[in-house]
Design a protein around this ligand. Structure first.
Ligand code: NAI
Length: 696
């Protein structure tokens, strides 16, 4: 193993310290220890006039080593190293490239100046892990760039580019060429000119107190219920009021509280779960999928258009094919409008939009799929049609092309059987809107080859998605589990709960929308058609559809919507309709408190999750959590349904499910065998059965 910090002397008495902790230079204990020692050596060496802090590899630093979280901390801590830089008596310049994130950026903030390579991303993503920058970032960044800009970065967690950082005053220079050489030139010039390089701690960027108060209020509102963004806002406010040392002490206290809390534990769980999900059981790690140079999408509807955008956004030429010329044009127009809106919102520039549009082409002829490395079928949800299409794809597609269906419910094996190459067939299940939602369920058919799965996972990464491999069953993981919630939501209405009451419980929990508001958004006829296919009957939902209440598109659904508005307003007509249906069914009416509503919506999903796990449809409980956070807006800070259930305790989960099964007479609510077995031995869904000597 190489040294985590190397030292060399450059010209003009400048020592270059190179951090080298592959693959991403996390600030792990050995690196901090070596850096501390190297800095002390430089401090003591009269030949050293200044220091450049650079990194080997593809980035400056991805930040703290997350595997050290929750363990006893070993000095020197990051804050000790930064204090050493600040008191060393010699100027230190950070040479940034690739990424400078989290603790990596905090280290740079402690330096006397920062020089970045073009395109470097600088950010403090801690908030996304449920914590705040605990290495002085919340106190130094506001002094450098102003409190509002600092709050945007710290509270939002999104990085800025080197170019934006230069404008903000976060870096002193952006320079081409080797970053360490550029920083040496910068430092040498400053030394030669006798130009002072004041530390962030000694600066006071101006801020507008009113604008800051407004930004803080905005964060508080947006992040209701979430501890980390609130603490970030508080810490930045303190930076404008307290001397540095006091501010640092308060930052540390806030950090400690967050890091010990349930929310950051949940978010860290998801961070590792996402990485774990990329590993497909039984696949060699060194399998190298061929590149994707061209794609074809069949069906230019709601999903096909969005999927095509994903390819074009990733720089891959894509042809959308629809047998209906008008539908094709509508689909292509919708893509263009979507991009246009992104340009108007300032999140995409015109040239980039033109480039993406140029990658998108359309055809009404299936033969246009020739030459594609990946073909994604997104036609109507109809097995006979899909089988016909797959037979055609088989006839027309290049040898070795990956053949995928975007079906949300249908059997991948039956589609694969319509081809002479079932090993190349899998499901690529995107979620609506496909160009926005991050989840990609990769459905493994019984004949799907390992290489096809590896290609699916790699493609997911290429398209900026979170790919998770799942087994083949009706609804796969996300829809199958959420379907259980749908049935209970319907049942709650029959018992006398109102849509607004049920939805409020879910938004309180942290979902962006409740199930009924989502239904209105998607269109109630869509759900009705899916139920018809399954032979399921939802009396209230069906009555709404029969009354022409199809959701937002008709201005009326579970709610009513004023002309042109998306704001859901409770509708007394709906209450009357529900009461009527309930009376006809003879369902006894009663009232429900928020706890019951929450449990009746979430526990059935957990229960189905346990079945999914036991059947091997999901490979790991943590995969289910990843799926939920990225498919339907499960609040990430609650860690996913499996994490949530473990937190509640499986004995409680079992007992509550049994209670609701008895209360409603619904046998699907009986606790799944896996939950019963684990509960009996004090196990958990994520951890399984406790090992000997371990207590739950
Ligand atoms: P859609 O009805 O909006 O679009 C289907 C398109 O396929 C239409 O433009 C139609 O003209 C075209 N089409 C039909 N037969 C064709 C043929 N023989 N050749 C070429 N094009 C043909 O449907 P949507 O919502 O986009 O769904 C497509 C698929 O994606 C379905 O399998 C659906 O289950 C699945 N899906 C839908 C989601 C949603 O939220 N809408 C989410 C995830 C998957």
């Amino acid at each position: 193993m190489s040294e985590p910090v190397r030292m060399r002397m450059a010209a003009d008495g400048i020592a270059v310290l190179t951090l080298d902790n592959p693959p991403v230079n996390t600030l792990a204990t050995p690196l901090r220890t070596a850096l501390d020692a190297a800095l002390r050596r430089c401090g003591a060496d009269p030949a050293v006039r200044g220091i450049v802090l650079a990194s080997a590899g593809r980035m400056f630093s991805a930040g703290a080593e997350m595997r050290e979280f929750g363990k006893p901390r070993v000095p020197p801590l990051l804050r000790d190293v930064i204090e050493l830089i600040e008191t060393l008596g010699k100027p230190v310049v950070a040479a940034l490239h690739g990424r400078a994130l989290g603790g990596g950026l905090e280290l740079a903030l402690g330096c006397h100046a920062r020089v970045a390579a073009p395109g470097t991303l600088l950010g403090l993503p801690e908030v996304k892990r449920g914590i705040l920058p605990g290495g002085g970032g919340t106190q130094r960044l506001p002094r450098l760039v102003g409190a509002e800009a600092a709050l945007r970065m710290i509270g939002g967690g999104e990085p800025v580019t080197a170019e934006a950082a230069l404008e903000m005053g976060l870096v002193e220079a952006v320079a081409e060429g080797d970053p360490a050489d550029a920083a040496c030139r910068f430092l040498a010039a400053a030394l030669a000119e006798g130009r002072p390089l004041p530390l962030a701690r000694d600066r006071t960027a101006p801020h507008d107190p009113q604008a800051l108060a407004a930004s803080i209020a905005e964060v508080r509102k947006r992040a209701r219920g979430q501890a980390a963004p609130q603490a970030c806002a508080e810490a930045v406010r303190l930076a404008t009021e307290l001397p540095l040392e006091e501010g640092l002490a308060r930052e540390r206290a806030l950090f400690q509280e967050l890091v010990e809390g349930e929310q950051s534990r949940a978010l860290r769980h998801l961070f590792f779960a996402e990485r774990e999900a990329q590993k497909v059981a039984g696949l060699p790690a060194d399998i190298a999928p061929p590149p994707v140079r061209r794609a074809a999408v069949i069906g230019a509807g709601t999903m096909g258009g969005g999927i095509a955008m994903c390819f074009a956004n990733a720089g891959i030429p894509v042809t959308v094919i629809d047998m209906d010329a008008a539908a094709l044009q509508r689909g292509l127009d919708r893509c263009a409008q979507n991009w246009q809106r992104t340009v108007q919102g300032g999140r995409l520039d015109q040239a980039e939009m033109d480039r993406r549009r140029a990658l998108l082409s359309g055809s009404t002829d299936l033969a246009a799929l020739a030459g594609a490395d990946v073909v994604v079928e997104a036609v109507f949800e109809d097995m006979a049609l899909k089988q016909r299409i797959f037979a055609e794809i088989d006839r027309l597609a290049d040898t070795g092309a990956l053949l995928a269906s975007n079906t949300s419910t249908l059997d991948i094996d039956r589609m694969a059987a319509a081809t002479a190459r079932p090993g190349d067939v899998l499901g690529l299940h995107f979620f609506s809107p496909a160009n926005v939602m991050k989840l990609l369920e990769i459905v493994r058919g019984k004949a799907t080859s390992g290489m096809s799965l590896a290609r699916g996972v790699a493609l997911g990464g290429l398209l900026g998605k979170v790919p998770v491999v799942v087994g083949n069953c009706d609804g796969f993981v996300a829809n199958r589990m959420t379907g259980r919630r749908g049935a209970q939501a319907e049942r709650l209405l029959q018992e006398g709960a109102l849509p607004q009451q049920v939805d409020a419980t879910m938004t309180e929990f942290g979902y962006p929308m409740g199930p009924f508001a989502v239904g209105d958004l998607a269109g109630l006829d869509i759900g009705a058609a899916a139920r018809r296919r399954r032979g399921a009957v939802f009396p209230v939902a069906d009555a709404l559809v029969a009354a022409g209440r199809l959701g937002q598109k008709t201005g009326r659904g579970y709610y009513r919507y004023a002309e042109g508005s998306r704001k859901a307003e409770p509708d007394p007509e709906v209450a009357a309709l529900i009461a009527h249906v309930a009376a006809e069914l003879g369902v006894p009416q009663r009232s429900h408190d928020a706890t019951e509503i929450r449990e009746r919506l979430i526990l059935p999903m957990v229960n189905e999750g346990a079945r999914v796990l036991e059947e091997g449809i999901a490979a790991r409980a943590s995969d289910i959590d990843v799926i939920f956070v990225h498919a339907f807006g499960w609040p990430a800070w609650r860690g996913g349904p499996m994490f949530w259930a473990d937190g509640l305790g499986l004995a409680t989960v079992r007992d509550r499910l049994a209670h609701y099964a008895a209360l409603t007479g619904d046998e699907t609510l009986q606790p799944a065998p896996l939950i019963q077995r684990l509960a009996a031995v004090g196990g958990s869904l994520l951890g399984g059965v406790p090992r000997a000597g371990e207590t739950a």
